[in-house]
Design a protein around this ligand. Structure first.
Ligand code: C2E
Ligand code: MG
Ligand code: MG
Ligand code: MG
Length: 284
């Protein structure tokens, strides 16, 4: 009887595995055509001055809606797109679209300093990223400092031969460079000296326990210290409540984003918030 149960267990397991495989193939098939089918859009999460609530910029976050698969969050498909290589085309679309949107906002007279775009390590490996970025800026008629690129420590781990050249090229365009989810990955601090970066984004993972969890507090303090002593900007992500906001202000962090202020917004929603100087909930 236990043998049969073991056999059934194995069959369940391999059936589940086969179904998973099937789902992955299905997603990858749809993913391949998603740019051409115009299935992606971007939402924009405000980056806010913590002390005043003023919106200074926004991070572009991709959303995917497919007729068969429904709506999907990036955490469910970016990894697949990285494995298949489709992320290079998708990422190119994101860059162009975010720059075009920035152009539209500026044409409307909206005082927004910059838009931040997430860049996959695969985009560093696969193409001349500086050239792609340069073209996206030029066709939108934007200066480099209207754009910030966020990348994770994965870029540094993969360490492609051209990585430093690419960074130098991006830096020459005037683009702002930030390390996303700082502290989550492999934080060999020596690369911070080698790279021409402007800022760090404190991983929201460490903010969740603030202000009660003493190790989270200690890590936030340490990251703020690193940023300050290296002269790097620091943006806090995942700010969900006012206690966290107060804590960050005391740490000297100037800019944050999170549900306390706003989730990802449509371009019109963001424009309305800026235009009306809508006070953030933190000040209500
Ligand atoms: P990320 O770049 O670290 O973006 C922050 C994520 O946290 C976003 O999730 C955002 O919606 C969410 N978030 C914002 N505020 C809060 C908060 O107060 N609390 C909590 N719990 N979460 C908050 P999202 O949009 O699902 O994106 C997930 C990740 O997918 C991003 O993390 C980024 O790594 C990746 N991603 C998103 N868009 C793109 C893209 O265009 N290209 C690439 N390569 N990756 C992208
Ligand atoms: Mg990001
Ligand atoms: Mg992040
Ligand atoms: Mg993240």
């Amino acid at each position: 009887d236990s043998k049969r149960r073991a056999r059934n267990g194995w069959q369940d397991f391999s059936a589940a595995l086969a179904e998973q495989q099937q789902q992955r193939l299905q997603m990858e098939t749809h993913l391949r055509r998603a740019v051409d089918n115009r299935e992606f859009k971007l939402v924009y999460q405000p980056q806010v001055e913590l002390a005043t609530g003023r919106i200074i910029g926004a991070e572009a976050l991709i959303r995917w809606r497919n007729d068969t698969l429904g709506e999907m969050r990036p955490d469910h498909f970016i990894g697949h797109a990285e494995n298949t290589g489709d992320i290079v085309r998708i990422g190119g679309w994101v860059l162009r679209e975010a720059c075009q949107q920035m152009r539209r906002w500026r044409d409307e007279g909206l005082p927004i300093e910059r838009v931040a775009v997430n860049v996959s390590y695969r985009q560093f490996l696969a193409e001349d990223l500086a050239e792609t970025v340069s073209e996206a800026l030029a066709s939108a008629g934007l200066p480099g400092d209207a754009l910030e690129l966020e990348f994770t420590e994965r870029v540094l781990i993969e360490d492609a031969p051209d990585t430093l050249t690419t960074f130098a090229g991006l830096r020459m365009l005037g683009v702002l460079l930030s390390i996303d989810d700082f502290g989550e990955g492999y934080s060999a601090l020596n690369y911070l000296r080698r790279l021409p970066i402007h800022g760090l984004k404190l991983s929201q993972q460490f903010l969740t326990g603030v202000p009660h969890n003493t190790s989270d507090v200690a890590i936030c303090q340490a990251v703020a210290g690193i940023a300050q002593s290296l002269g790097l900007g620091l943006v806090a992500e995942g700010v969900e409540n006012d206690a966290q906001r107060q804590f960050l202000i005391r740490l000297g962090v100037k800019i944050g984003q999170g549900f306390l202020f706003a989730p990802g917004l449509t371009p019109d929603e963001l424009a309305l918030r800026i235009a009306h100087h809508e006070p953030s909930r933190a000040h209500a």
